[in-house]
Design a binder for this molecule. Structure first.
Ligand code: SAH
Length: 474
């Protein structure tokens, strides 16, 4: 198979980045923008020994699951790789990925008998509570706001993003008008010069509070009073258009405008200091009954609608009666700890990022929870030490883990096994590492009881999973 060869192929599967996968004479071909069921004319653009990359020249017969993407720049933009696939099929594929991993890597026989139906979104649009838009000037010197094109740093201009809150459209417009009015310079990644780098917005989906943050390469925002006025007007305009929107429309309350200072030549979006120019510098939001204070830097789950469902499932699997000691490992800002603390006797949380633990403690106080204790450090070190010292927290009835993509450290898994909790609730953002860890736990006295896939990031390939493992009685 050579570069520029053209074949007609049928797409059979989805790759890890949402690309279509097909075969010609046993050779695997990856083709961007195609989905399972599509029959297309494909030109080979890169030929490797065992696989090829192709470009779709023409779709001869579209898949039954193909839909028109809502976003006009879905193909160019790096964000939504699955918008051309029906939502039902997205969900089915994500669920299948979890099943495949648990059976193939996890060694679980008869996986279907353990899986609950996948939990998707009723409305898989406008779900993100946090958006970050780079601001640049294009070759003609015009201010553009948008997203980086997949795997690059060239900007695809976006006036309206279908996965963010719709108030963002008004904010983007206002920031552009502000840049034009005062001829504000925009950041240039090559030279490291230029003032305005990014717009960051956060919306509390239950409180309807809005924060607008400008990330700047400087110390202060010129004409900040005018900027505040322009943003207030933009929000008022959004609210005024309310009667044109549906019944679910909620008025947005502008709660805070902040600048975040980042003068470094780096890909990192946020700098380390923020200055409030309007309001208190934070918004509040709820997950279930638990209240959170959110500043520009805070980690907070980006899909609040699904997060409640995910944590409720973790709570259900934990099956707490009020007498249990629970560990929340990889606890972040303590969201799961707080969620579980209401129903447990005592909750211990551990997290590697010190700032997250500072936030976790603040959030515990905010919610008057005095039965949670937080530790900073690597879960595998902190928990193992506590276990070995036989101090308070060395045993647990329930252990909940929510590790990053690489999964749990084996040292931690061994400690959990020694602690011998009745239940392990595993929340995972990567089904492959989840399956690896499930296998390990299954070989050491635990058995998988239930599993369910959650769609936290509609139109992307990500899938979140919650599983319950229980201790096998000897
Ligand atoms: N449960 C939280 C966050 C989960 S994300 C929530 O739902 O909001 C995974 C977390 O694990 C991150 O906050 C990351 O900082 C933390 N982390 C990564 N490696 C770790 C380790 N070795 N020990 C403890 N925490 C770790």
């Amino acid at each position: 198979m050579n570069k520029d060869d053209i074949f007609e192929i049928e797409i059979e599967d989805l790759g890890n980045d949402g690309e279509g996968i097909g075969h010609v004479d046993g050779m695997t071909i990856f083709v961007k923008d195609l989905c399972p069921g599509d029959v297309a004319k494909v030109k080979i653009i890169k030929a490797k020994k065992n696989y090829c990359y192709g470009r779709a020249m023409e779709i001869i017969k579209p898949s039954k699951q193909r839909v028109e993407a809502k976003c006009p720049v879905a193909r160019q933009c790096g964000g939504c790789v699955l918008q051309h696939l029906s939502y039902e099929e997205q969900l089915r594929r994500k669920d299948k990925k979890v099943r495949d991993c648990l059976s193939r890597i996890g060694g679980i026989k008869d996986i279907d008998s353990y899986m609950e139906p996948p939990v998707g979104m009723e409305d898989p649009y406008h779900y993100r509570n946090k958006m970050q838009f780079p601001v640049r000037r294009n070759k003609e010197g015009k201010c553009v706001v948008g997203f980086y094109a997949g795997r690059t740093h060239s900007i695809i201009p976006v006036d309206s993003c279908v996965i963010g809150h719709s108030v963002n459209d008004n904010i983007i417009k206002a920031v552009k008008a502000f840049v034009d009015k005062f001829n504000i310079s925009c950041y240039d990644e090559l030279t490291g010069k230029g003032f305005l780098r990014h717009i960051l917005t956060r919306v509390g989906f239950t409180t309807n509070e809005l924060m607008v943050c400008l990330i700047v390469n400087g110390e202060s925002l010129p004409h900040k009073e005018v900027f505040t006025e322009m943003i207030s007007d933009a929000v008022a305009e959004y609210n005024k258009a309310a009667d044109k929107k549906d019944d679910n429309f909620k008025e947005i309350i502008l709660k805070s405008i902040v600048i975040n200072i980042n003068k470094e030549k780096t890909n990192r979006i946020l700098g380390f200091t923020s200055k409030t120019i309007y309001g208190d510098g934070f918004i509040t939001d709820y997950i279930g009954d638990v209240k959170f204070m959110i500043s520009p830097e805070s980690f907070f789950q980006v899909n609040p609608v699904q997060t409640v469902k995910l944590y409720s499932k973790a709570l259900e699997y934990a099956a707490l009666t009020g007498n249990e000691t629970v560990w929340d490992m990889y606890c972040g800002i303590g969201t799961i700890s707080l969620f579980l603390s209401d129903k447990a006797k005592k909750v211990y949380g551990v997290e590697i990022v010190p700032q997250a633990i500072i936030d976790a403690k603040k959030n515990a106080k905010l919610n008057n929870r005095d039965n949670i204790e937080f530790y900073t450090g690597k879960a595998e070190d902190v928990v193992t030490e506590i276990y070995e010292k036989k101090v308070e927290g060395s045993t647990a009835d329930v252990v909940c883990v929510d590790p990053p993509r690489k999964g749990c450290d084996e040292k931690l898994l061994n400690t959990i096994i020694s602690m011998a909790p009745k239940r392990v609730v595993y929340v995972s953002c990567d089904p492959a590492t989840l399956a690896r860890d499930v296998k390990f736990l299954s070989e050491h006295g635990y058995e998988l009881k239930k599993a369910v896939a959650f769609d936290q990031f509609s139109h992307s390939m990500h899938v979140e999973t919650v599983v319950l493992l229980t201790k096998v009685h000897n």
